[in-house]
Design a protein around this ligand. Structure first.
Ligand code: HDD
Length: 713
């Protein structure tokens, strides 16, 4: 079996440099004798223009920023590989999907959409999930999101959408947030966005980790086999760790405590050897079924329920190496849905068609030259030969006289490949149509799948959506926008609209008062573009819920537990919990009032990982308080109480053994518990295996959202 897993690392290694044990030099390779003082006329004199070392250093510095991405500016990346587990040669001729066990190198970049490069990871937002496969037949980019549908149906609305969600242009506020007037003004006039709105108001928009997100190609794509036969596909990434979220209050606090929370989580998991993993799946739809659904396969605001077309797993992706240099790799990587290889092709989805233009165009202003494909992270490992020449920062030195085709002087080289030799040929789709600037009537159902999504959520998830909408619309200052939104929400679910209305102190308007714009010219308005709510064959789908999601598996691998300690702590209790967590690949972190170490009941010293001053509960998955602490002092310690109250409020597991349970009961929320709470694990005995096991089993539930019934009613 040929294994290409390391090909990209080998390729990148030719550009890597390491200054260890080397002289400091100028960019021209001249050794520098003094990097601390500029060349002056006399000790206190003016600097001399002659100082080429100073000029070079400052000039480079002055130019080291490049424009950030117009969207998805904030992101984090990692290297890894994709391995075929279930080859699909009957469906596609794509070489990297042909043989079981074949490994292809990948680079993945996860991102938020709206915020700037330096914004927080925990914004309420869709997440980008872009994968570059460095295949033997050239680069294939699957430029996906963690949500399977999109806000708009036609690429012509993308600039409007992005203008509306970005900080408002007069005062550049708010950063990395959709909770403001321009976003909801636009949305309230775009009923086609209602399905996506349900997703971004759900917990999908506040993931616990990039490693715990699903990924979706969104559009329907085509696979094409060696016989030039095609099927439609939807791409899915399914995370091995399950699909999980944080609470919204928690997300906002994380943004203050550690804006790099997701970036750090991905980095640390890879450094610790907890390599994130996803399965790649496809929903396969025969060409003949193109018109057999109650939605249009070309409409990117629709998904294909997994109950109608199940997901067939074809491979797995493992991320096992952090980048060496953020700018060179994560910032300079350039994705493009139009980077496809033979065997993968597009459909006429009008959003996808617009994307096919936008991505190269944006790289030209972001990376500055049509030679961005030569930047090491973008460079294909398949050989590149063509007649494209010159331009800013050209790296390749093309030999010979000939830079045109056809030619006789160069022997006709480089020559075209026949299809049988791997030459790309577009799928031979028959199109017979009038040129027309209009939206297809088959795209008119704006509420059917929004309903399906809402109805598929558990009651806890539904209340998260209600509270998210109350928050977002609560920040909107224009009453008319809030009311328009209530009108649209009532078309998804009357109760949803009414619950949101309570939070806004408003009444749900009758449906007829809701103005609608369908992206059609005014003279066509109302002709055949009335929005519809088509009945869905499927009434609910577990795959759409995070809590009922079939991807969830009972693992706590890579989760972090705060072990709150102080002098006198039981050494065996701490060791018992730490060891039990380690066996599950999770980590117990010792947190104490100060850094350094604390002394235990057996006079040994335990090193402290973090002081209470620098961390808080929102940065951990669960809290454990071991026996032996100074109960009186810690029960009154404001930091400890805030730790426990937040852990409780965010529905996390809280555990304590021996005397430490008294500390837990002194926290306000916890002290008010009347019913049994399966997320609070208390044991009168100290350091028992059963206690550690109960704690771990509770952690596999991720969160005990049912607590919120008492907290928020
Ligand atoms: Fe896009 C970046 C995903 C619609 C135009 N997009 C970008 C990235 C992701 C997506 C993951 C970040 C890639 C990276 O990490 O560098 N975009 C999507 C998905 C969409 C989508 C899943 C809908 C299904 N995008 C979309 C439309 C347009 C764009 C309709 C324009 C017509 N997207 C861009 C862009 C970006 C981009 C402006 C900004 C930076 C970049 O491309 O490289 O061209």
């Amino acid at each position: 079996m040929k294994n290409f897993q390391d090909d990209k690392q080998r390729d990148l290694s030719t550009n890597k440099s390491d200054g260890t044990n080397k002289f400091l030099t100028t960019d021209q390779g001249v050794k520098i004798n003094d990097d601390n003082n500029s060349l002056k006329s006399g000790e206190r004199g003016p600097s001399l223009l002659e100082d080429f070392i100073l000029r070079e250093k400052i000039t480079h510095f002055d130019h080291e920023r490049i424009p950030e991405r117009i969207v998805h500016a904030r992101g984090s990346g990692a290297h890894g590989f994709f391995e075929v587990t279930n080859p699909i040669p009957k469906l596609t001729k794509a070489g990297f999907l042909q043989e079981k066990g074949l490994k292809t190198p990948v680079f993945v970049r996860f991102s938020t959409v709206a915020g700037s490069r330096g914004s927080t990871d925990l914004a309420r937002d869709a997440r980008g999930f872009a994968v570059k496969f460095y295949t033997q037949e050239g680069n294939y980019d699957l430029v996906a999101n963690n949500i399977p549908v999109f806000f708009i149906q036609d690429a012509s609305k993308f600039p409007d959408l992005v203008h509306a969600v970005k900080p408002e242009p007069h005062n550049e506020m708010p950063q990395a947030a959709s909770a403001h007037d321009t976003f909801w003004d636009f949305i309230s006039l775009m009923p086609e966005s209602m399905h996506m709105i349900m997703w971004v108001m759900s917990d999908r928009a506040i993931p616990r980790s990039y490693r715990m997100m699903e990924g979706f190609g969104v559009h329907t794509f085509r696979l094409v086999n060696a016989e030039e036969e095609s099927v439609f596909v939807k791409f899915h990434w399914k995370p091995k760790l399950g699909t999980h979220a944080v609470a919204w209050d928690e997300a906002q606090k994380i943004s203050g405590k550690n804006a790099d929370f997701h970036r750090e989580d991905l980095w640390e998991a890879i450094e610790m050897g907890n390599f994130p993993e996803w399965e790649l799946g496809v929903q396969i739809i025969p060409s003949a079924d193109e018109n057999n659904y109650e939605f249009d396969l070309l409409d990117p605001t629709k998904l294909v329920p997994e109950e109608i077309v199940p997901v067939t797993i074809v491979g797995r992706m493992v991320l096992n190496k952090n980048p060496d240099n953020f700018f060179a790799e994560t910032e300079q990587i350039a994705f493009h849905p139009g980077h496809v290889v033979p065997g993968i092709d597009f459909t006429n989805d009008p959003l996808l068609q617009g994307r096919l233009f936008s991505y190269t165009d944006t790289q030209l202003s972001r990376l500055g030259s049509p030679n961005f494909h030569e930047i090491p992270i973008n460079r294909s490992i398949a050989p590149v030969h063509n007649n494209q020449r010159d331009g800013h920062m050209r790296q390749e030195i093309n030999k010979g006289r000939v830079s045109y085709h056809p030619n006789s002087l160069g022997g006709g080289c480089p020559y075209q490949a026949k299809i049988a030799e791997g030459g790309f040929s577009s799928f031979n789709e028959r199109i017979d149509a009038h040129k027309i600037r209009e939206r297809s009537e088959s795209f008119n159902d704006h509420f059917g799948q929004a309903k399906l999504f809402f109805n598929s959520q558990t009651s806890e998830e539904k209340s998260h959506i209600v509270r998210a909408l109350r928050f977002e619309l609560g920040k909107v200052q224009t009453t008319a926008i809030r009311n328009r939104m209530l009108g649209l929400l009532s078309q998804i679910d009357q109760q949803l609209a009414e619950k949101v209305a309570i939070g806004l102190g408003a009444k749900v308007p009758p449906i007829l008062e809701t103005p609608i714009n369908h992206g059609v010219s005014p003279e066509n308005e109302g002709r055949k573009h009335e929005p519809q709510t088509r009945n869905q064959t499927i009434k609910t789908s577990d795959a759409l819920s995070m809590i009922n999601n079939p991807t969830n598996s009972p693992t706590i691998a890579s989760r972090k537990v705060a072990i709150i300690c102080s002098d006198g702590v039981s050494e065996t209790a701490v060791a018992n919990m730490k060891n039990a967590l380690k066996k599950e690949d999770a980590k117990g972190c010792v947190i104490a009032p100060h850094l350094g170490s604390i002394s235990t009941d057996s006079n040994s010293e335990i090193p402290v990982d973090f002081s209470l001053l620098t961390v808080s509960s929102v940065l951990f998955d669960a809290v454990y308080i071991p026996h032996g602490l100074d109960v009186k002092t810690l029960s009154e310690n404001k930091d400890v109480l805030e730790f426990l109250n937040d852990a409780y409020k965010h529905c996390k597991v809280i555990g304590a053994d021996g005397d430490a349970s008294k500390i837990v009961s002194s926290a306000t929320f916890v002290s008010q518990i009347t019913d049994y709470d399966p997320g609070i694990i208390i044991s009168s005995e100290i350091a028992t295996a059963e206690f550690a096991q109960d704690f771990i089993t509770a952690m596999t539930m991720h969160r005990f959202w049912q607590r919120e019934e008492n907290l928020y009613n």
